[in-house]
Ligand binder design. Structure first.
Ligand code: F6R
Length: 603
């Protein structure tokens, strides 16, 4: 995920901006850049790869005395991670850095091209700086031009802009991407996309709200929303760095669970237009001659693949089979060219998945990667990629990567359905409508989290856990069990609820905990019957459902929803929090559980 920093003051600006960017490295990035304004002139530098490359490029540059500077680390979304696509982007007089996605950038770009403006990069960001400079020609001053520009942008943005037409100032705007302003007693001003780079420099901070924009110099802060002036509210900044990287949460995993609603918004951004799924990254001929899909992945990504199997067959009406990558490699698989080979990977570096992809490519299959890391080995090898846009995931136990994988695969299922006309227009419209609103199902309910914290103390012993569910809730049960195993070190298995009586039920007694997923929108009565069978054998049962269930020992209530995916994502959050709180009570290292690595690059 991109990072933004800015500074106004007398200190040496290159050092300050580079060290601030270092504090944002944990978010992940593939290129970086800075722009420094002094004495009415702007110097800018960009480099791909790590900050060390930018340090080398700027080694002979210094900038003391009063001035302004901006910096950026980029996590590619629109356009490859190249130096041209790196920020800051620039016009004739101005430089801009931006986090987020400008959804209407194509419309703006086309209009500006008609005015004779030539674009250099493939990014959405560049339109903002050109539009600003275009507006400058018909505005009283730089602020008016900036305001016009911001009010014509749609999407998510945290923006900093410097311009020689208003030296000493930084123009800023925030919508659905974080941006913080900091100040201290020495009259210095700082910007950051999180607290971390501001710690040790700023004494007080103002967390900007969505829709706010303004201009700042060492004498004043002008803050606006919807053309009306607003008063900035500053509060003391805590000075603990690791706390800041976790944005106030106890663990990265917890932070990542809470961030799922927002990152899912990013997954969807720009991919639904006028009630249609638009996947610009896919070749329009990708599905020609394709009559089946084979999905290959490991671990949590495999569970996302299993969930996709239900969505692909149900909506896209396309035969789909799913296989664990380490099994696929040696089974001498029969591959036919009418199969689209899909790999799913958070890291893009998992050795088994990468090798499986090579086998499919060598067999001449069309390949598609669903991946979180652009330019990773898997992305480079696959014919096409859809990036999941979860941002860097630090917790070893995957949470937001899973959520964005499932959302991306659901998006893809509807995209295929739309292309193949495999479901009615009304069904398509209702799916897209639900998809658009899905981020709200991932907002963590504080009362539910508190309840899970309390309940967790009852689940620290026993001889194991069953997680059960039917249909798409079966892969979710598998994922719930995997999360618990990984960080609590307790034995847990996921099962299809209807499978219990074929063997596993022999294990059931009062010390066997069953976590039952009982959604209202999917096979409610059948799953209820399966839970009753377990209850009759004295299992200790935790039911997660919108409907109270009398035989449950514990119960976590979910919302009544009309769509199965709302229930899916709400229950997913509950399972993640349950695993987290049990592991916390057991005193385990939640973010770095024993024996596990974040990226498994060996067989
Ligand atoms: C579980 C987890 C692992 C990964 C698996 C595949 O929380 O993180 O099971 O899902 O190692 O990794 P990727 O998705 O990077 O290919």
């Amino acid at each position: 995920m991109c990072g933004i920093v800015g500074y106004i003051g007398k200190k040496e600006k290159k050092e300050l901006i580079l060290s601030a960017l270092k504090e944002l490295e944990y978010r992940g990035y593939d290129s970086a850049g800075i722009a420094v304004m002094k004495d009415g002139r702007i110097d800018a530098f960009k480099a791909i790869g790590k900050l060390g490359n930018l340090e080398k490029k700027t080694k002979d540059f210094t900038s003391h005395n009063e001035g302004a500077a901006i910096g950026h680390t980029r996590w590619a979304t629109h356009g490859k991670p190249t130096e041209i696509n790196a920020h800051p982007h620039f016009g004739e007089h101005s430089y801009i850095v931006h986090n987020g996605i400008i959804e209407n950038y194509r419309e703006i770009k086309e209009a500006l091209i008609k005015e004779g403006i030539t674009f250099l990069s493939q990014t959405d960001t560049e339109v903002a700086v050109y539009l600003f400079e275009y507006n400058l020609k018909n505005s009283k001053n730089a602020f008016e031009a900036f305001e016009k520009t911001i009010l014509s942008l749609k999407g998510a943005y945290a923006i900093l802009l410097i311009t020689t037409t208003a030296p000493d100032s930084i123009f800023f705007a925030k919508n659905a991407a974080p941006l913080i302003v900091g100040k201290n007693d020495e009259g210095e001003i700082f910007f950051g996309s999180s607290d971390a780079p501001l710690i040790g420099h700023a004494k007080e901070v103002c967390y900007l709200e969505d829709g706010q924009y303004g201009v700042l110099n060492k004498n004043e802060i002008l803050l606006y929303a919807d053309r009306k002036k607003v008063l900035p509210v500053f509060k003391d900044l805590p000075q603990d760095k690791s706390y800041a990287q976790k944005e106030g949460f106890r663990f990265f995993m917890e932070k990542e669970i809470y961030e799922q609603s927002r990152v899912l918004g990013e997954t969807l951004m720009g991919r639904i237009k006028n009630n249609e799924i638009v996947l610009e990254e896919l070749d329009e001929h990708l599905f020609e001659g394709i009559s089946a899909v084979k999905i290959c992945a490991c671990g949590t990504s495999f569970h996302a693949g299993l969930a996709a199997g239900y969505l692909f067959e149900r909506f896209a009406k396309i035969r789909t089979d799913i296989i664990i990558a380490s099994e696929f490699r040696y089974k001498e698989p029969l591959l036919t060219k009418d199969t689209l080979f899909v790999v799913i990977s958070q890291s893009g570096e998992t050795a088994d998945t990468l090798e499986a992809l090579k086998i499919a490519k060598n067999a001449g299959l069309k390949t598609l990667a669903i991946c979180n890391v652009d330019n990773s080995s898997i992305v480079r090898l696959a014919d096409s990629t859809i990036l999941t846009r979860a941002g860097i995931e630090k917790g070893v136990a995957s949470t937001k990567a899973f959520a964005t994988q499932v959302a991306t695969l659901w998006l893809l299922a509807i995209f295929i359905a739309q292309k193949q006309k495999s479901v009615s227009k009304e069904r398509l419209e209702s799916e897209i409508d639900t998809l658009l609103k899905i981020p709200s199902s991932l907002i963590v309910d504080n009362a539910t989290h508190e309840k899970i914290k309390r309940l967790s103390k009852r689940y620290l012993h026993g001889h194991g856990f069953f997680f059960i569910g039917r249909d798409i809730f079966y892969p979710l049960a598998l994922e719930g069990a995997l999360k618990l195993k990984e960080i609590s070190y307790l034995h847990a298995e996921g099962y299809p609820a209807g499978e219990m009586k074929h063997g596993p039920i022999a294990l059931v007694d009062s010390k066997l905990f069953t976590v039952a997923l009982l959604p209202k929108t999917m096979l409610y009565d059948k799953t209820k019957n399966n839970i009753e069978e377990l209850s009759a054998r004295d299992a200790t049962i935790l039911v997660i459902s919108p409907e109270r269930f009398e035989l449950a020992d514990d119960f976590i209530k979910t919302q009544h929803s009309t769509h199965v995916m709302n229930e899916f994502f709400e229950m997913m959050i509950i399972l993640q929090l349950l695993a987290l709180e049990i592991a916390v009570r057991l005193g385990n290292d939640v973010d770095m559980p024993r024996n596990l690595a974040k990226s498994v690059t060996v067989e």
